[in-house]
Design a protein. Structure first.
Length: 689
C-alpha cells in the first residue's frame, strides 16, 4: 500500500450567500485553506467528519440570526489531477429573516406558568434564534428536574408564517413521572467516614430527586478540601420508571500532615516543627492542630480543635491555646520582641447555603521586650545607653577640651537635650505588658467550587476584632478579604482571578492609637510579591542613644555636628558635646491602613494530566501600608494615597505535595520607592501563591 501525500485544501467556496460575506462564513469553519500556521494546526487537511461539522456550524450560524428556512442544497468536494489539492463548494439558500410573533407554553404544566416563563430566553419581537430556543428547552428541563421531574422533555415547536416572515413559538412540556431517590452512595472515600460526606447532602433519600440539590451536594463535597474531585451519576433503578440512585465518586487528597517537618521560607529561614495538622482528622471531618515550631524569628506552640458540625444543623465550635515568642527584627520589622500567651473559643453559624456568621472570644497576655536601640515610636529617644554614665565635655576656647565631668541629674543636661529626654514613646505611656480580651465577629460568603485550588466562584470575609473595655488597651481592627474566579472567554482551561485585602485599625476609649504590634504589614507571599516580606509602608525613627563623650580635637565654628564614622556627634552652640546617634537605620514599622489587590491569569501546564494539584499563573500585584497618624520623623509614611501603591508583575507556581503546598514566584517590582526592599525570586513551603 502506498499512502501518498496528504492533500491540502486549496479553496473553500460558498455559493448563494448574499447577507454575509465569504470571509464571515469561512471564519466559522474548522477547515481552512493553507495558512502560515497550518503546518502546526493541520486545519488545511481535508476530513469528511470536519466538513460535516462545518456544515452544521454554517446552518447554526444562519438559524441563530433569524434565517429559519436556510438550507444547504448541495456540497461538492473535488481533488486536483495531481491529488495534492482539495476544492470544497457549498451551495446554499439563505431565505428570509424571521422574527418571533408570540411565545406560548403547552402540555402538562406541573408548575405555575409564570414560574416557567422566567426561564424562557425567547421573547416576542425578537429575531428568531435557534440557540435561544435550545437554551430555553434546557432551562425548562432543568427547572422541572429541580422539582423531581428528572425525565422531563421540553420541545420548542415553531409555527412559521411565510407571508409575514414571523414564527410563533410553542414550547411543549412533557414532565413525565416525578422521580424519587432510592439510595445515595459514595465511592472513593478510603479514610473519610461515610457520615462526613452524608451530612453535606442537600438531596435526601426517598425525597423527590432535585437536579439542583444533587449538584449542590456535589459542590459541597469539593468545597470540603478533602477531595481533589467529586463526580455524580444518577442511574435508574431496574424495573422502575420513577426511581433513581445517586452515586458520588470522590478522589481523596492530602488534607494536612502528621509528623516531624523541616521547611524553608525566605522570610522565616529554616523552619523546624513537630506538627499534626489535619482538616479531616482520622476521617471524622474535625480539624485538629498540634504544633511545636521554631524558625529564625519565632517559636510557636499551639493546640487547636474545631468541630464543623458541633450541632446537626451545621453550627461549628472550636478553641485554641497558644504561646508565641517572636523577634520581629529578624523579619524586617523594627527592633522588638514579643512573648504572647493566649486562648480563644469560636463559633460559626450557617445563615444561608453559602454564608456563615462567626464569633470568637479570646484573651492574650503580651509582654514586649526592647533592646537599648528600640525605635522612637516604641520608646522615647534620645536616652542613656544602659550601664554608661552621661558626660559633658567643656571647651577651653583654644580648640582643646577639658576632661569630661559627670553631670547629674538629667536636669543639669543642656536644655535642648533634657526636653527631648522627656518625650514619650508607646511603651513609656502604656508599659510593656498587656492583658487584652478580644471579641471578633465575622461574615463569610463562599461559592468557590473547591476547598483548595479553586477555579470558579467567589468568596469574601468581613471581620471586626475589638478589645473589650476590661482590656489594658482599647483598639479595633476591621478587615475585608475577597477573591473571585471566572473563566477566560475562548480559553476554557484558563481562569482569571481577582483578589483584594483591606484593613483599618484604630483606638477608642482611653487608648490613643492602635498598638504598634497590631500594625498591618505588606510585601512578600500573599501580599505584593517581588518585595521582601513586611518591608512596604511606613518606616520607624531610629533610636538616638547617649553614651560616653568621644575625644574631640576640632569643632565646627557654627556648632554643627562632626561625624565619627557612622556615629554622629552633636554639640550645643557653646561647644558642649550633647549626644551621638548609635543607629541610623530605618526599619519597617507598619501602619493602621492596609490596601492590597492582585489580578492573576491562571493557566494549565502542558503534559500534566491532573491539574487539580498544581497551579501556575501570571500576576500583577498592588498594595501598600499607610497610616493616618504619621510621626513627624517617620520616613515613607503617608495617609491613604493610591498614588503610593507599589506594583509588581511576574509568574508563580504552587504545587500541592505530601508536605503541603510548595510555591515559587518570579516577580519584577515596577515602582519601588527609596526605602522598599526588592526580592525577585521567592519561594515557600506551606502556603500558596
Amino acid at each position: 500500500m502506498d499512502e501518498g501525500t496528504v492533500a491540502a485544501i486549496k479553496h473553500i467556496n460558498v455559493v448563494g450567500n448574499e447577507v454575509f460575506t465569504d470571509e464571515e462564513l469561512q471564519a466559522e469553519f474548522e477547515l481552512q485553506t493553507t495558512g502560515w500556521l497550518s503546518f502546526f494546526t493541520n486545519d488545511d487537511k481535508y476530513s469528511k467528519e470536519k466538513l460535516t461539522g462545518d456544515l452544521e456550524t454554517l446552518t447554526s450560524y444562519y438559524m441563530d440570526r433569524g434565517y429559519l428556512e436556510f438550507s444547504i442544497d448541495s456540497t461538492q468536494v473535488s481533488v486536483s489531477p495531481n491529488k495534492k489539492e482539495v476544492f470544497i463548494t457549498a451551495n446554499i439558500t439563505e431565505g428570509e429573516k424571521f422574527t418571533v410573533s408570540s411565545v406560548d407554553l403547552s402540555g402538562d404544566l406541573v408548575l405555575p406558568e409564570d414560574d416557567l416563563r422566567r426561564f424562557l430566553l425567547v421573547s416576542e419581537g425578537q429575531v428568531f434564534s435557534q440557540i435561544m430556543v435550545t437554551n430555553s428547552e434546557e432551562n425548562l428541563t432543568r427547572r422541572l428536574g429541580d422539582e423531581g421531574y428528572n425525565f422531563a422533555k421540553v420541545t420548542g415547536i415553531p409555527e412559521v408564517n411565510d407571508e409575514k416572515n414571523t414564527v410563533a413559538m410553542k414550547f411543549f412540556v412533557d414532565p413525565g413521572k416525578r422521580t424519587y431517590v432510592r439510595r445515595i452512595s459514595f465511592k472513593g472515600n478510603q479514610k473519610t467516614a461515610d457520615d462526613v460526606l452524608r451530612r453535606e447532602m442537600r438531596q435526601m433519600e426517598s425525597a423527590p430527586a432535585s437536579a439542583a440539590a444533587i449538584e449542590q451536594s456535589r459542590v459541597r463535597l469539593e468545597r470540603l478540601g478533602y477531595f481533589s474531585k467529586a463526580t455524580v451519576e444518577t442511574p435508574g433503578v431496574a424495573g422502575y420508571d420513577d426511581l433513581i440512585d445517586v452515586e458520588y465518586t470522590v478522589e481523596e487528597q492530602s488534607s494536612g500532615s502528621i509528623g516531624a517537618s523541616i521547611g524553608f521560607a525566605q522570610d522565616a529561614g529554616i523552619i523546624l516543627g513537630l506538627n499534626l495538622e489535619q482538616d479531616n482528622f482520622m476521617g471524622t471531618g474535625k480539624r485538629i492542630g498540634v504544633g511545636l515550631n521554631s524558625s529564625r524569628y519565632q517559636d510557636f506552640y499551639n493546640f487547636s480543635y474545631t468541630n464543623p458540625y458541633f450541632t446537626e444543623d451545621g453550627v461549628s465550635r472550636g478553641f485554641n491555646v497558644f504561646y508565641r515568642s517572636t523577634d520581629l527584627d529578624e523579619v524586617n520589622v523594627a527592633n522588638y520582641s514579643t512573648n504572647t500567651l493566649g486562648a480563644a473559643m469560636n463559633f460559626g453559624y450557617p445563615i444561608k447555603e453559602t454564608e456563615r456568621l462567626g464569633f470568637s472570644f479570646g484573651v492574650a497576655n503580651t509582654d514586649i521586650n526592647t533592646g537599648q536601640y528600640a525605635v522612637q515610636e516604641i520608646e522615647a529617644s534620645p536616652r542613656l545607653q544602659d550601664g554608661v554614665n552621661w558626660f559633658v565635655s567643656n571647651s577651653n576656647g583654644d580648640g582643646t577640651y577639658s576632661a569630661p565631668e559627670v553631670v547629674q541629674p538629667i536636669s543639669d543636661l543642656p536644655v535642648d537635650a533634657a526636653a527631648v529626654l522627656n518625650a514619650q514613646g508607646f511603651l513609656d505611656e502604656n508599659g510593656n505588658e498587656f492583658l487584652n480580651y478580644t471579641m471578633t465577629s465575622s461574615w463569610t460568603q463562599s461559592t468557590l467550587n473547591r476547598g483548595r485550588m479553586a477555579t470558579r466562584g467567589a468568596s469574601q470575609t468581613v471581620a471586626l476584632e475589638v478589645s473589650v473595655p476590661l482590656s489594658d488597651l482599647e483598639f479595633y481592627k476591621l478587615t475585608y478579604a475577597g477573591e473571585i474566579y471566572f473563566p477566560v472567554p475562548v480559553l476554557d482551561t484558563w481562569t482569571f482571578r481577582l483578589r483584594t485585602e483591606l484593613g483599618y485599625g484604630g483606638a477608642y476609649g482611653g487608648s490613643d492609637e492602635l498598638p504598634f504590634y497590631e500594625n498591618f504589614f505588606a510585601g512578600g507571599f500573599g501580599s505584593v510579591r517581588g518585595y521582601e516580606s513586611n518591608t512596604l509602608g511606613p518606616r520607624s525613627t531610629p533610636a538616638d542613644v547617649y553614651a560616653a563623650a568621644l575625644p574631640v580635637t576640632a569643632i565646627d565654628a557654627d556648632g554643627n555636628p562632626t561625624a565619627f564614622g557612622n556615629q554622629y556627634a552633636y554639640y550645643t552652640t557653646d561647644g558642649k558635646l550633647v549626644y551621638y546617634q548609635i543607629d541610623d537605620e530605618v526599619d519597617p514599622f507598619g501602619g493602621n491602613i492596609l490596601v492590597e489587590g492582585s489580578a492573576e491569569l491562571l493557566f494549565p501546564l502542558p503534559f500534566i494530566k491532573d491539574q487539580s494539584q498544581i497551579r501556575t499563573g501570571f500576576f500583577l500585584d498592588a498594595g501598600n501600608v499607610f497610616d493616618d497618624d504619621c510621626g513627624e520623623t517617620q520616613a515613607a509614611c503617608y495617609d491613604l494615597d493610591f498614588g503610593e501603591l507599589r506594583y509588581s508583575a511576574g509568574v508563580g507556581l504552587t504545587w500541592i505535595t505530601g508536605f503541603g503546598p510548595m510555591s515559587f514566584s518570579l516577580a519584577k517590582p515596577l515602582n519601588s520607592g527609596d526605602y522598599d526592599q526588592e526580592e525577585v525570586f521567592q519561594f515557600t513551603l506551606g502556603r500558596g501563591f
